[in-house]
Structures are given as structure tokens and as C-alpha cells.
Design a protein around this ligand. Structure first.
Ligand code: TEU
Length: 570
């Protein structure tokens, strides 16, 4: 049986500060706004908050481009506001997890400014190279000297080449994300020391852990060789789960994270179960858990903008593989959406007729798998994807790059040709303002919001949801409480039932004599479900459901559209 730890039993709530609550009417959320809503979080019952980046930043990528790790972005407030928030959370026994973005900084960070001038210790803080003679290479390159191309053919996650030319230094620098997000050179021990020092400084401020942005991209193959141009993101193999990543994380663990009461979650796109086993757990690098991506990318084709159909059978297969793979040595994080993903009810449920039912169904899944559930702000209301009628409504740098590139490359004649893709997988779907009430701008701001509110805020909002016992919000509160009361939902072994059933996601949880049975209908129609022989039904009682259903399970039963039931031994 797994060791008991607070972060295994916790439910974490993710806050995207720019869109949570604006206290001063400038149209962007801020720390005081969050502090004013701490009672809201307490009422919901969450145990920890993961705060997306609030550090000083030019905001090219909404704070994932940090120009000063030790100060607060001016539009969000200052360190005193931050301390007020920390205290308000701690007074309510809610822990605070800060975002750690150390694969890259902003190009406005003083490290980069000094590095581009080759100043002293900073000269090698980033990944600088000379260009290649133009005649040697056959890949897309950013603008540089006429006879040069970029040092290799790697592509950026946000589209286009991963290198930019810096006039001042007369060399190229690597940027796996936007060109204003240069990658730090983790081979340089001074860089690592600076990062650890900064982390220790934040820990000394009293925080309870870190969410580590793209932490599995920090190590790049020696010599930075060309990638296979036919392989999805060119170069990925040379920086995803790279050669020294485990050494760096173990060193970080020794220097910063040895206290295992901290929650550390590594964001690890492209990690498989085997990689994750090395990142988490006592014999691994010491992270508490990782965010894996398989279940949110399996509907992507060549690249994410070709997302489309998905099958429940494959979805179940992926999630059970992770459940089983980390059952004994490791721990899972459980999420279906965040600030980079579309709204889960729009992607995996039905955001029309069955919005409420399917939002509850998906919440039932995330709170009854083995792992720590992460709720993304607004998920507890069943917030949906939004509409982006024109490129002027789009804010995300990734989406804007994609629109520009699609038009440039002739893949799209105009925005209208890519609008569906933007509205299906675009990150702005998750970044529209939190919907507090039905007043103008959903009660998010008294000013002009930095991004438009979803037009459904008059019906989908906190005030209304709290006043309605049948809302998604109340159901989430019940789920959180249920998980708190039943160890079997936290620590129990997971067993998938009926893997080939195309409509129903069903599983059992077992912890000694405590048992659970979870049955979820992912279809908008009624379906028949037969409990497999071998699953003991005696002693099971209904613990939560999103419909009126019998209090004890029968060997077979009909499930209504998006019906979810959880039976537990009392
Ligand atoms: O995201 C990393 C990442 O690879 C993806 O989540 C990516 O944003 C998305 O899949 C692109 O389609 C992290 C942050 O969560 C994200 O907000 C940042 O933009 C990114 O790193 C760079 O810091």
C-alpha cells in the first residue's frame, strides 16, 4: 500500500491569474482579486492552489516568459499582495503551489540581456551557436545574416524555427517556445545554481511546492544534432526527456526539494509511463507526480491543430495504462483540462443539451481515479469552449502564430478556414474570464476585459451555480468531500472493467475490505451495462450519482445519457 502523504489526498485548484478576478478594473486579474475569492475556494473544499506564473513578465506568453523571478508582475500587484494571498490561503489550510518556469526566461530577463552582451558569468547562460553556411542546409530558418541559416533544423512548439538571430551578439539562440522565450543552458552549472537559489528563496517565503513547466525539456542532446524532419516536431527527440534530465532533477532534489512534504508536479509533454517512473517516486528523481499528455494529445493528428475524433476505448486504455503503471511506484496527477487545453466538457462531454450531466460525469472520473485531481478554474461550473469569430478575438501567441503560418503557407485562405481548429483546441478557450455572476463581464472586471467573456456567462456563473443544489458546482463539492471521506478513492487499487465497451467507462477500486464501483456512460443516449461476473455487489451503496438512481447496484442496469454512478462500501 502506498505511503500516506497529504498531496495524495489533496484536490488542487489551478488559477490562471490573468483571468480569475480583477480587483482594480484594469481588465486583467490580479492577486488582490484572488485573495478576495479565497473563501470561495474554501467553500468548494480544495486543499491546494496551483498559481500559474505571477512573476514580472512582458506577458508575451501570459507570464511563461519571466523577466524577474523574484518580483510580481506589476499588473498583478506586488510581494505584499502576494504575502496577503499566501496568508489568506494558509489561514484556511489551503496550500500554495507556485509555477516554476526554468526551461526558458523572457528575453527581457537581465540574464539574457547580459548574456547577449557576453557579460562575465552570463555569457553561457543560454544556448548560443554560430549559424550554418546557407548552402549546407535545407530547412526553414529565421532571418539572420544573408549567408547563414540557423544552427540546426529544430522547430519551436509554437510553430516555425526554434532559433532566432541576435544582432547584438552576432549569434543564434535556441527558443523551444516563442522567440521571446530563450532556453536556458542547463549544461552550465552556474545556471543550475541560480535556479536552485531562486527556488530555495521561494520556499523560504513559505510556499508548499512547485509545478514545473516543461521540466522534461531542459536537457538537450550534446552537439544539438539535426532532428528527423518527418517526425512531428522536428528535433523533439533531442530535447524531450533529454540525456541529462534525470541528473539535473536529482541534483535539484538534493539542493532544494529533499522535504517530501512539498508537492512537486513536473509538466512532461511526451513522457511515457517508463519515463514517469523515473521522474516520480522514491527511487526516481523525487517529483511527487507529473502531468502526462497522452490522454490529451491522442486526438491530435500530425499536429495539434488537426485534432478531431477520439474513441472511448482508446481513452480508457491510456488512462488505465497510467493507473496501473504508477500504482506501486509512483503517483498520478489527474486532469482533463488546464490553461493550455480546451474546456473538458466541450472536448470529452457535451457542452449543449447535456452540459450539466457530462460536466458532472467528467468530474466523477477525475475524482475517482487513483491520483491527485487538478480542477482548472471554471471547470467546477462546467465552463465551455468559447467562440472566436475573428482573429481580433484571439489572444494566444500559439494560436496567432498558427493563423499567420497557415495563411502564409497557403493552407488557409483566411481566418475562417482555421476558425474551427481554434475553437476546438485553441488555448484561449480556457482563458476567458472566470464567470462570477450575470452582471456585465461576468463580474470579472469593472473595466474592459483583456479577452472577451464567454457569451454564456448569464447562465453559467458562480452565483447561479451556488444557488442551485443541482449544479455542477455543488456536485464538485460533494465529490471533493467524498474523496476526503473514503480512503479507497485515494489509495485503492484501480481495475478497469469492460475495456472494449465503446460507451461505458467502468472500474473498481479496492483497499482491503473497502470497495468501490464507478460506472460512467459517455454517450448522449441510454445504454445497457452489465456488471462483469466477479465484481462483488454485496455491501455496495450509492455514494454519488448525477441522476436519480437506485441506492444499490443490480447485476445489470440502464444508464441514462452521460449518467455517472459511484457505489462504495460504507
Ligand atoms: O506548456 C508546455 C507545452 O508543451 C504545452 O502545454 C503547450 O503549451 C501546448 O500543448 C501547445 O499546444 C507550458 C505552459 O503550460 C504553457 O502555457 C506555456 O506556453 C509553455 O509551457 C511555455 O512556457
Amino acid at each position: 500500500e502506498a505511503d500516506r502523504l497529504w498531496w495524495k489526498e489533496a484536490v488542487v485548484y489551478q488559477i490562471y491569474p490573468k483571468s480569475f478576478d480583477d480587483s482594480d478594473g484594469d481588465g486583467v486579474g490580479d492577486l488582490q482579486g484572488i485573495t478576495e475569492k479565497v473563501d470561495y475556494l474554501d467553500d468548494l473544499g480544495v486543499d491546494a492552489v496551483w498559481l500559474c506564473p505571477v512573476y514580472e513578465s512582458p506577458q508575451t506568453d501570459n507570464g511563461y516568459d519571466i523577466s524577474d523571478y523574484r518580483s510580481i508582475h506589476h499588473a498583478y500587484g506586488d510581494m505584499d499582495d502576494w504575502r496577503d494571498l499566501l496568508d489568506a490561503l494558509h489561514e484556511r489550510d489551503i496550500r500554495l503551489i507556485m509555477d516554476l518556469v526554468v526551461n526558458h526566461t523572457s528575453d527581457e530577463h537581465e540574464w539574457f540581456q547580459q548574456s547577449r552582451r557576453r557579460e562575465g558569468a552570463f555569457e553561457d547562460y543560454y544556448i548560443w551557436r554560430d549559424g550554418r553556411p546557407a548552402e549546407e542546409a535545407d530547412y526553414d530558418t529565421a532571418d539572420g545574416p544573408a549567408d547563414e541559416v540557423a544552427p540546426n533544423n529544430w522547430e519551436s512548439v509554437f510553430g516555425g524555427p526554434a532559433w532566432a538571430y541576435d544582432e547584438e551578439r552576432g549569434q543564434w539562440y535556441l527558443h523551444l517556445f516563442d522567440e521571446e522565450q530563450p532556453d536556458l543552458n542547463w549544461r552550465n552549472p552556474d545556471v543550475r545554481e541560480s535556479v536552485y537559489e531562486m527556488m530555495n528563496w521561494w520556499l523560504s517565503q513559505g510556499i508548499d511546492g512547485f509545478r514545473m513547466d516543461v521540466i522534461n525539456l531542459i536537457s538537450k542532446t550534446e552537439g544539438l544534432p539535426d532532428g528527423d524532419a518527418e517526425s512531428g516536431q522536428t528535433g523533439a527527440k533531442h530535447f524531450v526527456n533529454g540525456p541529462n534530465v534525470h541528473n539535473y532533477l536529482q541534483e535539484m532534489n538534493d539542493e532544494v526539494l529533499s522535504d517530501d512534504s512539498l508537492l512537486t508536479v513536473g509538466e512532461t509533454p511526451g513522457a511515457r509511463v517508463g519515463d514517469a517512473r523515473q521522474y516520480v517516486g522514491p527511487d526516481g528523481d523525487g517529483l511527487s507526480m507529473v502531468f502526462q499528455f497522452e490522454h490529451v494529445t491522442f486526438d491530435h493528428d500530425e499536429h495539434k491543430w488537426d485534432a478531431g475524433d477520439w474513441s472511448l476505448v482508446e481513452f480508457k486504455e491510456i488512462l488505465s495504462k497510467w493507473q496501473n503503471g504508477l500504482a506501486d511506484d509512483g503517483w498520478n496527477s489527474i486532469y482533463l483540462n488546464n490553461h493550455d487545453q480546451p474546456r473538458m466538457v466541450s472536448r470529452f462531454g457535451d457542452d449543449g443539451e447535456y452540459r450539466t450531466e457530462s460536466a458532472k460525469l467528467l468530474g466523477t472520473l477525475t475524482h475517482t481515479l487513483q491520483g491527485t485531481p487538478f480542477i482548472y478554474q471554471g471547470e467546477e461550473l462546467g465552463m465551455t469552449n468559447a467562440s472566436f469569430a475573428s482573429p481580433d478575438d484571439v489572444r494566444d501567441v500559439e494560436a496567432l502564430n498558427f493563423v499567420e503560418e497557415a495563411i502564409e503557407d497557403g493552407d488557409a485562405a483566411s481566418y475562417d478556414d482555421v476558425r474551427d481548429a481554434i475553437e476546438y483546441v485553441g488555448r484561449d478557450n480556457a482563458r476567458t474570464p472566470m464567470q462570477w455572476d450575470d452582471t456585465e463581464n461576468a463580474g470579472f472586471t469593472d473595466g474592459e476585459p483583456w479577452i472577451d467573456c464567454n457569451s454564456n456567462y448569464e447562465t453559467v456563473n458562480v452565483e447561479r451555480a451556488r444557488g442551485d443544489e443541482a449544479s455542477v458546482w455543488h456536485y464538485y463539492r460533494d465529490l471533493i468531500e467524498l474523496r476526503e471521506e473514503h480512503d479507497v478513492l485515494v489509495y485503492g487499487e484501480f481495475d478497469l472493467l469492460c475495456p472494449e465497451d465503446p460507451d461505458v467507462f467502468a472500474y473498481t477500486r479496492t483497499l482491503g475490505t473497502e470497495r468501490g464501483l464507478v460506472v460512467l456512460n459517455f454517450e448522449p443516449e441510454p445504454v445497457e451495462f452489465e456488471v462483469p461476473a466477479g465484481v462483488a455487489l454485496d455491501g455496495l451503496e450509492l455514494a454519488i450519482a448525477n441522476a436519480d438512481v437506485p441506492t444499490t447496484p443490480r447485476p445489470s442496469f440502464e444508464l441514462g445519457p452521460y449518467e455517472a454512478r459511484v457505489y462504495l462500501t460504507p
